[in-house]
Design a protein around this ligand. Sequence first.
Ligand code: GLP
Length: 241
Amino acid sequence: MTLDLRSVDDAAELARAAADIVVDVVTTKPSALVMAATGETPMGTYAELVRRRAEGRLDSSAMRVVQLDEYLGIGPDDPRSLYGWMHRSLVAPLGIGADRVIRFDSEGSDADRAARDYDREVESGGGIDLAILGIGVNGHLGFNEPPSDAGAPTRAVDLSPDTLTSNAAYWGGRTVPTQAITAGMSMILSARRILLLVSGPSKAEILDRLLRSEPDPSLPASQLTAHPDTVVLADRAARGA
Ligand code: GLP
């Protein structure tokens, strides 16, 4: 299968196009469970959703959110917490209460148990209606570092040097935790719809590889080619155009 690539001009158009899809999903199913990546790429989309809610164009009163990944060993109040980032950018401004958020228990000493609890909570919540994802420069989704096959479970991972370098940009001089917990590829691929956001020149090389790839564990995002409802939104800079 080939990926459904939709080309947009720039980050602003990408945010609007992505928000259109999220609003469509939440309008069809108000209690939709949405997986929300952090990272820089989806921030414009989240700001656009917040704007639409303020304008009365999005009703998020029943919407639910599930986090995609988290560093291990840091608490929700640590400035580097990915949960904290998701909370500030999306969950709080959309008025989504804690009872409508699924998150990792990433502080405890038992990461395997945290992974199982997370999977169980997502499954008992009816599964993921829409996953909003970014892509790492090494082709990772969440923290499914290469190699990750389509069956990779929710689990603790050691972060690759590429990821540590790119994530350092988020936190100024602070060190990046070297371990994380991530929704597995199997959980991501179980989402009914997937939206992959690709923006900026730093993603041009990996997007080019992705668009030419068969499903290949060395490029985890290539597993999306086997998913029945994935849209890739890419801006001009990411397309190298
Ligand atoms: C990070 C995160 C991913 C994110 C990706 C891209 O390492 N683990 O969830 O989607 O890399 O980040 P960015 O959008 O900042 O390029």
